[in-house]
Design a protein around this ligand. Structure first.
Ligand SMILES: [Zn+2]
Length: 325
């Protein structure tokens, strides 16, 4: 038995066949024609499915999960990825289902990419077996997904856990989403680099002003670079503390490109969390790096497809924090 997976992102369209232990046994990939028409985009997806369907393992396909950059509408089966302008309410589930190689009875299951990441970490990664988890993706933007009561909680339209757009400063800067002071405006890679620049930091000559360059300066002790990471960690901590108060978290998993900064991000995050998460039941929630950086999108799409098809049993044997400490 293999689980099919598609991962639609702004730079690549990836597909995989994943075995019941979460190992990728076949993969296919195309660059995303993000500036092309809706049909050129769909042709790239079709071509990924064609390549997977040519593999002998395809004969034992038992489910098919699709993770996509958001917003998604899982109930309607449509996607409107911010970075793919030609796809607005695009009926991706219907289109994939009608691919001639997709067996009758295999119903494609759509999830947002951050929810997919949470599903992957919960299946075989850092959140395996943990009942209540917030998984965050800190990258160009900030996304997230929730595991509640041992199951991935995607919400009615598949966007639950969207932690990047929780307000952490009522008087904060305007976010492209329309709200003020969103986490993303402080903690995304873009925000970290922008804040460092505003405070007088500059990248080494000839190099771009990226969060990675800010991180290298922070490691070398540059106070403006350190301040940008402190500000990011503080915003993440405030959002984590709010989430812990709402749903009682056992664990927080942080992935995405900016999380590769390691302690440069995690140290201020944990320090601020101590001052924000002060209620007894919110105190001391562990914050750990993601385990599946590279293939989390594909493995998570497979996990979501398998869970929706009843192939992965969720909600059983999940341990809470009280049981682990
Ligand atoms: Zn926002």
């Amino acid at each position: 038995m293999v689980y099919g997976a598609l991962d639609i992102g702004g730079t690549k369209i990836a597909g995989a066949l994943v075995d019941a232990e979460g190992r990728v046994v076949a993969r296919a990939q195309r660059p995303t024609p993000a500036r092309e028409s809706a049909e050129v985009m769909m042709a790239a997806v079709t071509s990924v499915v064609d390549e997977l369907a040519a593999r002998p393992e395809w004969a034992s396909l038992s489910c098919l999960g699709i993770g996509s950059a958001g917003p998604v509408h899982t109930f309607a089966g449509t996607v409107s990825p911010v970075n793919i302008p030609a796809w607005r309410s695009f009926p991706l589930v219907d289109r994939v289902r009608s691919h001639p190689a997709v067996p009758v009875g295999v119903e494609p299951v759509l999830v947002g990419d951050a929810v997919a990441m949470a599903a992957a970490e919960h299946w075989i990664g850092a959140a395996k077996g943990v009942a209540n988890v917030l998984c965050m993706v800190v990258s160009t933007g900030v996304g997230g997904g929730l595991v509640l009561g041992g199951s991935v909680h995607a919400g009615t339209t598949g966007n639950a856990g969207h932690i990047g757009h929780i307000t952490v400063d009522q008087n904060g800067p305007l976010c492209p989403c329309g709200a003020l002071g969103c986490v993303e405006r402080y903690a995304s890679g873009t925000a970290i680099a922008a804040h460092a620049l505003e405070s007088g930091w500059a990248p080494p000559a000839g190099l771009p002003a990226t969060a990675r360059e800010v991180e290298l300066s922070a490691r070398a002790g540059d106070p403006r670079a350190l301040a940008a990471f402190d500000r990011a960690g503080r915003a993440l901590a405030a959002a984590i503390a709010a989430t812990a108060a709402l749903v009682e978290l056992d664990l927080v998993v942080v992935g995405g490109g900016v999380s590769q900064a390691g302690e440069t991000l995690f140290a201020p995050l944990r320090r601020h969390l101590e001052s924000y998460a002060v209620l007894d039941f919110t105190r001391g929630v562990p914050v750990v790096p993601a385990a599946l950086a590279l293939d989390a999108g594909l493995i998570g799409a497979a996990a979501a497809g398998a869970a929706a098809s009843g192939l992965i049993r969720e909600g059983t044997g999940a341990r809470g924090r009280a049981a682990t400490t």
